[in-house]
Design a protein around this ligand. Structure first.
Ligand code: 3PG
Length: 211
């Protein structure tokens, strides 16, 4: 398994970040490291994403990647900015193939057996399951995981400090992704201590569930 996926597994919860202003990137990165989830999926949903990745990538304790990546062009921009992994909401075969060919870790969003088979065909061993809660949750993952014994999952979407627990216990789940500990309003209000304590709470859940 790639080194990045080993890190995901160890960290357990990948914070999904939407930054409206790159001035918040450094402080947010520090809060993630201090709270015990030293990782950020910075989503390409705002104009500040690229600059935020650049800033966060300077923090050597932080594993930074790009989320909501929809094109090869965005993959290049993200990687040039310092992103170490790529996440997408769906499975775009062109984007996945480009990443695989260039040794860039990518977890595309999947939901159905057909999408999972496509991921396997493209050479992946880890996929995102998105949006996890609305798409059937842990029961659905267990059902679709059964035939694909070589595949691991990063469910993302709809998690909080309560419903994420059972997912972390299932051995086919590498890590979970979520934004509840890095809420936009807290970032906008520079509530770094509050964010740090919510990150810490999430890191403690990983410890409690996975030992
Ligand atoms: C997303 O794409 O926004 C992620 O899946 C995070 O989902 P969440 O905000 O429900 O945690």
């Amino acid at each position: 398994m790639s080194e990045i996926f080993e890190k995901f597994s160890k960290i357990g919860i990948v914070p999904v970040v939407v930054l409206d202003d790159a001035k918040d990137a450094e402080k947010l990165g520090e809060a993630l490291v201090a709270g015990g989830l030293p990782c950020a999926e910075v989503t390409f949903r705002t104009d500040a994403a690229l600059e935020s990745i650049k800033i966060m990538a300077q923090n050597k304790d932080l594993l930074v990647g790009a989320g909501t990546v929809l094109s090869i062009e965005q993959v290049d921009k993200a990687v040039n900015a310092g992103a170490k992994f790529i996440v997408s909401p769906g499975l775009n075969p062109k984007v996945v193939k480009y990443c695989v060919d260039n040794n860039i870790p990518i977890t595309p969003g999947t939901q159905t057996p057909s999408e999972m088979e496509q991921a396997l065909e493209l050479g992946l061993k880890v996929v995102k399951f998105f949006p996890a809660e609305p798409a059937g949750g842990l029961n659905m993952i267990k059902a679709v995981a059964a035939p694909y014994t070589q595949l691991k999952f990063i469910p993302t979407g709809g998690f909080n400090s309560k419903n994420v627990r059972d997912y972390l216990m299932y051995d086919r789940i590498l890590a979970c992704g979520g934004s509840w500990m890095v809420k936009k309003d807290l970032i906008a209000a520079s509530q770094w201590d509050k964010i740090k304590s919510m990150v810490k709470e999430a890191a403690e859940i990983v410890k409690e569930m996975r030992g």
